[in-house]
Design a protein around this ligand. Structure first.
Ligand code: FAD
Ligand code: N01
Length: 534
């Protein structure tokens, strides 16, 4: 395809959960589409993150598409939390079942997208020299798709092997007999460390900030559970769509501070035992809005850590204390804390002894050199904006998206950006996205975009673009709701704090997926309020 040019109705960038569904919906509308995907296959997150222990932490039957009742019936999840290979098989099945692959070009990155106001079209260019013009561009590029390495000098000097959880070798890695270092204790580190430690001769975990993690209680699903869910999918999907996080929960009715300590701890114990992410955070009305209430949940989890981890010094180092529980994404684990009871597993607290540099033999901290055969980077992502910033996107008047976003991402509903007509961002910054079950949020965005495009076509419009005023109002609302919670106080990737130099902006909408959906529906019903139709 090098050097070729073509025209389609829509270009979609990315073939994960979002890109696949967007292609399906646009095809239903009769649009011609091209999808470009950097990877060699479909799956997005589930194509790349093949590290040992990788699983979803929203229950499998909820973390799936709802658009096809037939798909729901024919696909059977085998575990409470499906493994990466199972989720990848599911997405491959979806691609085959809906005949999606024929419009997807793999091993190809989109490098630029330039808007032309006269033709009201985008010109999209790939790293293989192909150029496509299209009326619409959908960025289904993922919130967590650009991994970041640790900011440590002399990484190249290390003579052993380096692995990245977010770009794991397809053939797997056998750590048997090796001295392994893992940098990072977010979800990827916490899922992979117990398995790596179960294999390696010696494992050293380099922790900068401890995380709150709860036991996943993962297990095979029973036939009864599967049959029950298959019979109940429609009701369940409705509950998901109107819920706060895309996962139905009983709304709390009381403050954590109006019950006795005994009652509170019993509630937290029940929540802990559910093996879900949200139970502890939604047990009381004020868990995520009031520091004193939040402290009670945080202290409950710290007590569990101290109970599980035998060495008191290690237990203390594993106890998070510098941010409220929930405000950095919490984790679900299988045997994470107890892994530190093994003799051949060591924790290095980087707050006490920071890394200075990599050496030929391993990692030098202010304390000593750790000699290692392999180092695993579980160091996270340039979240929310990284994949968009990597593409040269130019809207009206040649303005680049990176310039427009120099002080932080600006968007209307997290879907569209003023000055960038007919460009849509699936689960973009300032939408519920990463604070929700993303399967639910992705479907909602794709449906909104598809309906908007149908509206343009039926009304004879060439383009849709939000006004700056609508964007301003939306962002003020996102900030106001965010500031009502404890989220903005933490140095999390939600605020860009993990990437040096990134503007600090709380990049997600915490108003709830249900109320967000209602707002989007109202905006559409009112003729796309806040958008200019051209
Ligand atoms: P992605 O799956 O990230 O897909 C984006 C695709 O776009 C990628 O394949 C990428 O290669 C491609 N791309 C990006 N830029 C370009 C370009 N310029 N040119 C061409 N292609 C490009 N969410 C949950 O709700 N529940 C979970 O349990 C959960 N578990 C997760 C576990 C891991 C390990 C990670 C990393 C994330 C997890 N998430 C989870 C979030 C997850 O990212 C989303 O649920 C979902 O998979 C995102 O789908 P997507 O299609 O939007 O993006
Ligand atoms: O990344 P992270 P992740 N030196 O950013 C540390 C989803 N997900 O890939 O906290 C030393 O959470 C960093 O330390 P600190 C989920 O949404 C879900 O684990 O910045 N350490 C942190 O400990 C998740 O939130 C699942 O101080 C450095 C770690 O690396 C998101 O993806 C599984 C460092 C990075 O943690 C990202 O998770 C996996 C440095 N220079 C992912 N730089 C599920 O279970 C970074 N760190 C469903």
């Amino acid at each position: 395809m090098t050097g070729s040019e073509s025209t389609v109705d829509a270009v979609i960038v990315g073939a994960g959960f979002a890109g696949l569904y967007q292609l399906h919906r646009f095809r239903e509308l009769g649009l011609t589409c091209r999808v470009f995907e950097k990877a060699s296959g479909v799956g997005g997150t589930w194509y790349w993150n093949r590290y040992p222990g990788a699983r979803c932490d929203v229950e499998s039957m909820s973390y799936s598409y709802s658009f096809s009742p037939e798909l729901e019936q024919e696909w059977t999840w085998t575990e409470k939390y499906a493994t990466q290979p199972e989720i990848l098989r599911y997405l491959e099945h979806v691609a085959d079942r809906f005949d999606l692959r024929k419009d997807i070009t793999f091993d190809t990155s989109v490098i630029s997208a330039i808007w032309d106001d006269e033709t009201t079209r985008w010109t999209v260019t790939t790293d293989r020299g192909e150029t496509v013009t299209s009326r619409y561009v959908v960025m289904a590029t993922g919130c967590l798709s650009v991994p970041k390495d640790p900011e440590v000098p002399a990484i190249d000097r290390f003579q052993g092997t380096i692995y990245r959880t977010a770009d794991w070798p397809h053939e797997g890695v056998d750590f048997t007999g090796r001295r392994v270092g893992v940098i990072g204790t977010g979800s990827s580190g916490i899922q992979s460390i117990p398995i790596i430690a179960g294999q390696a001769a010696d494992t050293t975990v380099f922790q900068r900030t401890p995380n709150f993690s709860m036991p996943a209680g993962n297990r095979p699903l029973t036939e009864q559970e599967i049959a029950g869910m298959k019979a109940d999918y429609r009701r369940w999907r409705d509950l998901q769509r109107t819920s706060g996080f895309g996962v139905p929960v009983e709304p709390a009715t009381r403050s954590a501070l109006e019950v006795t300590e005994e009652e509170r701890n019993a509630t937290y114990r029940n929540a802990w035992d559910t093996g879900t992410l949200v139970a502890i955070l939604t047990a009381y009305t004020d868990s995520i809005t009031d520091k004193a209430a939040n402290d009670t949940a945080a202290e409950f989890v710290r007590a569990r850590i101290r109970e599980i981890v035998e060495d008191p010094e290690t237990a203390e180092a594993l106890c998070p204390s510098t941010y409220p529980i929930g405000t950095k994404r919490p984790c679900l684990d299988t045997g994470y804390y107890s892994t530190f009871n093994k003799e051949n597993v060591h924790l290095v607290d980087l707050r006490a002894t920071p890394i200075i540099e990599f050496t030929e033999a391993g990692i030098r901290t202010t304390d000593k050199v750790y000699e290692l055969d392999s180092i695993v980077f579980a160091t996270g992502f340039d979240a929310m904006t990284g994949a968009l910033a990597a593409i040269d996107i130019r809207g009206r008047g040649g303005v680049t998206l990176t310039d427009r976003w120099s002080e932080g991402p600006r968007s209307y509903l997290g879907i569209a950006v003023a000055g960038f007509p007919n460009l849509f961002t699936i689960t973009g910054p300032s939408s519920p996205s990463v604070l929700s079950n993303m399967a639910v949020s992705i479907e909602q965005h794709v449906d909104f975009v598809t309906d908007a495009v149908a509206h343009l076509r039926d009304g004879g419009y060439a383009a849709i673009n939000p006004t700056v005023e609508a964007e301003d109002e939306w962002l003020a609302h996102v900030e106001e709701v965010g500031n009502f919670t404890l989220y903005p106080v933490a140095d999390s990737w939600y605020v860009g704090a993990n990437v040096p130099g990134k503007p600090r902006v709380f990049m997600a909408y915490i108003g709830g997926v249900g109320s967000y959906r209602e707002r989007c529906d109202r905006i559409a019903a009112n003729g796309y309020e806040g958008f200019q139709l051209i």
